[in-house]
Write a protein that binds this ligand. Structure first.
Ligand SMILES: CC(=O)N[C@@H]([C@@H](O)[C@H](O)[C@H](O)CO)[C@@H](O)CC(=O)C(=O)O
Length: 318
C-alpha cells in the first residue's frame, strides 16, 4: 500500500490555470508564492473543477501540470493532478504523464457522458487509470452534482484497495453527510485521506472526521480557513464556528449573486492581484457588478483591507 500522503489539515487548493483563449503559464510561479505566503496553502489540486481541467485539451493539461510541479518544487508540499476524462486513453496518458513529471498523486472523477451504472463498473474504469501510474497515490474525486454519477462514496470505498492498490482516498464534493460519515466509519485504520470539498460546510466535515479539505475558496479564504482548522485542532469549537460562519457569510452572499467557477476566478484576481483572465467557453466572465459587490463584502468582513468605510459597516469576523 502506498504511504498515506495527507498528513495535516491544511486545505488543498483548487487550481487553476490562468488563461483567456490561451493559458498564461507565466503567472503560475507568482501564484505559488502568493498561495504559500498569503494564504498558507501548500497542497495543490491541479486541473480540477475550478481549474476548468475538463475544458482543456490534453496537451494543455499536461503543460499546466508540468508548470505547477516545476514552480512548486521546494515550495509546495504536494501537487495532486486531476487526470479524469471521458476517454480512458486520455486519462491514462495524463496519469502516466503525472508520474513522469514527479506529481505527488492523481485524482479521477467518474466519466460523465457514458456513465458507469454501478460501483463495479466505476471501479473498473478507475482501476485502469490507476494502473497507468502504479507508483502514484490515487484519489477518487466524488462530485455527483456535476458528473451526475450518484454511486455512493461509502459503497465505492468498500473493498476498493483490493482492486486499486494505490487507492489513497477521496475528494468528497457533496453535501451528503450520511454518505461521508459512513466513509469515515469504514476507514477504521485511518489509512485513507478523506478530503472534504464543500467549503461552506467544512466544519461539519471535520466533526464527521474529514482528514483534510479541497476547495475553490481556499484560493482567497485559505488563511481564514487555516484559522478555523487551527481552532478545531485545539478544540476551541466556538472560535472554529465563528470562522465557519464568517466564511459562510461570504459564500452565502456570493451564492445569492450567482456563484460558480467564473466568479471564483474574478475573486481570485481581486484578492491575489494576479490576473486570472476570463474562463473558457461555455463559461462567461463574471460581471463588473458581481466583482464590485464581492469586493465590498470581502472588505466588510475584513478579508480584504480597505479604507474609507465607516466602522458601522464592518462585520469583521476574526
Ligand atoms: C462545485 C464546486 O465547484 N465545488 C468546489 C467548492 O470548493 C465550492 O466552490 C465551494 O464549496 C463553494 O460552494 C470544490 O469542491 C471543487 C473543487 O474542489 C475543484 O475545483 O476541483
Amino acid at each position: 500500500m502506498a504511504a498515506r500522503v495527507f498528513l495535516g489539515k491544511t486545505p488543498y487548493l483548487q487550481i487553476k490555470k490562468t488563461y483567456s483563449r490561451e493559458i498564461n503559464f507565466s503567472v503560475i510561479g507568482q501564484y505559488v508564492d502568493y498561495l504559500v505566503k498569503e494564504q498558507g496553502v501548500k497542497n495543490i489540486f491541479v486541473n480540477g473543477t475550478t481549474g476548468e481541467g475538463l475544458s482543456l485539451s490534453v496537451s494543455e493539461r499536461r503543460r499546466v501540470a508540468e508548470e505547477w510541479v516545476t514552480q512548486g518544487r521546494n515550495k509546495l508540499d504536494q501537487v495532486v493532478i486531476h487526470v479524469g476524462a471521458l476517454s480512458l486513453k486520455e486519462s491514462q496518458e495524463l496519469a502516466q504523464h503525472a508520474a513522469e513529471i514527479g506529481a505527488d498523486g492523481i485524482a479521477v472523477i467518474a466519466p460523465f457522458f457514458l456513465k458507469p451504472w454501478n460501483k463495479d463498473v466505476l471501479i473498473n474504469f478507475l482501476k485502469e487509470v490507476a494502473a497507468a501510474a502504479p507508483a502514484l497515490p490515487f484519489y477518487y474525486y466524488h462530485i455527483p452534482a456535476l458528473t451526475g454519477v450518484k454511486i455512493r462514496a461509502e459503497e465505492l470505498l468498500d473493498g476498493i484497495q483490493d482492486k486499486i492498490p494505490t487507492f489513497q482516498g477521496l475528494k468528497f464534493s457533496d453535501t451528503d453527510l450520511l454518505d461521508f460519515g459512513q466513509c469515515v466509519d469504514q476507514n477504521h485504520q485511518r489509512q485513507f485521506a478523506l478530503l472534504f470539498g464543500v467549503d461552506e460546510q467544512l466544519l461539519s466535515g471535520l466533526v464527521m472526521g474529514a482528514t483534510g479539505a479541497v476547495g475553490s475558496t481556499y484560493n482567497y479564504l485559505g488563511k481564514k480557513t487555516n484559522q478555523m482548522l487551527e481552532a478545531f485542532e485545539r478544540k476551541d469549537f466556538s472560535s472554529a464556528l465563528n470562522y465557519q460562519f464568517c466564511i459562510q457569510r461570504f459564500i452565502n452572499f456570493v451564492v445569492k449573486l450567482g456563484f460558480g467557477v467564473s466568479q471564483t476566478k474574478a475573486i481570485m484576481t481581486l484578492v491575489s492581484g494576479i490576473p486570472m483572465g476570463p474562463p473558457r467557453l461555455p463559461l462567461q466572465k463574471a460581471t463588473r457588478e458581481f466583482t464590485d459587490n464581492a469586493e465590498a463584502k470581502l472588505k466588510s468582513l475584513d478579508i480584504l483591507s480597505f479604507t474609507g468605510v465607516k466602522d458601522g459597516n464592518l462585520e469583521a469576523c476574526s
